[in-house]
Design a protein around this ligand. Structure first.
Ligand code: GRG
Length: 320
């Protein structure tokens, strides 16, 4: 835990690195991954709250949407991350919620799908971002939820999984988006849970890690994408939890902290967040015998700490 804290703290000092420069376009999500990781290990004070909040506000456009960095175009992906950061810091009252919600609602199309931004790409990731964002703002009634559900259901495949658009291959990442969005819309009855969870548990590889689709390499991030869907659908025990835990732990950097996509690779903040979140979903939330505190709990639908949702009186997910 201390090493991960050290790793996450060190990210702030890498502003002149190559990695920092080439990830500028997704900085808003990067800050959410880092801050949420810190929160789960009870170290959110590693970030300067006022500084980060001011930076988030400076990424908002007159349209209400947020860009990935200052002067970057607004996009649903970064609008959700911005809302999540403000909620974790308990600073959502600093923004005009209606304005954000109008931006999100303006991206819904006649078939219920969502554009990610003004340029018109459609993807079930954006359906999730829209539903999650509006639900967290308490403004889900701004969109046609029934149509949003219809579009997501039209992306369901013969194997029970979901893809990014109708007819596209099932993928662990899109499955999280679709199952969590349906949970927010109270529409999980559309999911063929046994078929889908069978497909999901078949994603566990011999080394314990999960992959995102057949024949692909395991990756720590699917310990979030796939596992959250299994948790939402109440079937986490369909995989070997101990082997998955070991896979995530083996992907840790034992000297510098942080978690990589798989054992032996270089750690990054994306995999650190999804590794820690996966361990939290697996239930490593209790103090151990040496008195080391466990991880804080994360909600499988909103990908936010349970404590943050409880503070906001948002319904926290309980397995069906
Ligand atoms: C708030 C947690 C949260 C998410 C917001 C951005 C988003 C909504 C969801 C992304 C879902 C997604 C598609 C995740 C997959 C990311 C990933 C590792 C893609 C890699 O795809 P490939 O084809 O990798 O390169 P594989 O593993 O298939 O080889």
């Amino acid at each position: 835990m201390d090493l991960h804290k050290k790793y996450l703290a060190s990210l702030k000092d890498k502003k002149n690195s190559f990695e920092h420069a080439v990830t500028e376009y997704l900085r808003m999500s990067g800050v959410y991954w880092g801050l949420c990781s810190m929160y789960l290990i009870s170290s959110e004070d590693l970030l300067n709250k006022d500084e980060v909040v001011q930076w988030v506000l400076s990424c908002q456009h007159p349209s209400g949407g947020f860009g990935g960095s200052v002067d970057h175009d607004a996009h649903l992906l970064y609008t959700l991350s911005a809302v999540q950061i403000l909620l974790i810091f308990d600073k959502i009252e600093l923004v005009d919620k209606e304005k954000i919600a109008n931006y999100v609602a303006g991206l819904q199309q006649d078939d219920g799908s969502f554009y990610g931004d003004e340029w018109g790409e459609v993807d079930t990731r954006f359906s999730y971002c829209a539903l999650s964002c509006l639900s967290l703002l308490g403004l889900l009634d701004k969109i046609d939820v029934n149509k949003a559900v219809d579009f997501i259901v039209s992306c369901m495949n013969f194997d029970g999984g979901f893809g990014c658009i109708p007819g596209a291959e099932s993928h662990g990442g899109q499955i999280f988006c679709c199952v969590a969005a349906l949970a927010i819309a109270d529409s999980l009855h559309h999911v063929r849970a046994d078929d889908l969870c069978w497909w999901l548990c078949e994603r566990q590889t011999a080394g314990g890690g999960l992959n995102g689709r057949p024949e692909k390499l395991p990756d720590v991030c699917y310990s979030w994408w796939n596992l959250s869907a299994l948790v939402i659908l109440g079937r986490i025990d369909w995989i070997d939890r101990e082997k998955l835990r070991q896979f995530i732990l083996n992907a840790q950097d034992e000297t510098e902290g942080g978690i990589a996509d798989r054992p032996g690779d270089v750690a990054d903040v994306f995999h650190t967040f999804f590794g820690i979140s996966g361990l939290s979903l697996l239930g490593y939330t209790e103090e151990d015998e040496e008195g080391i505190p466990g991880l804080r709990r994360i909600d499988p639908v909103y990908a936010l700490p349970v404590q943050v949702l409880e503070r906001m009186n948002v319904r926290v997910w309980r397995a069906v």
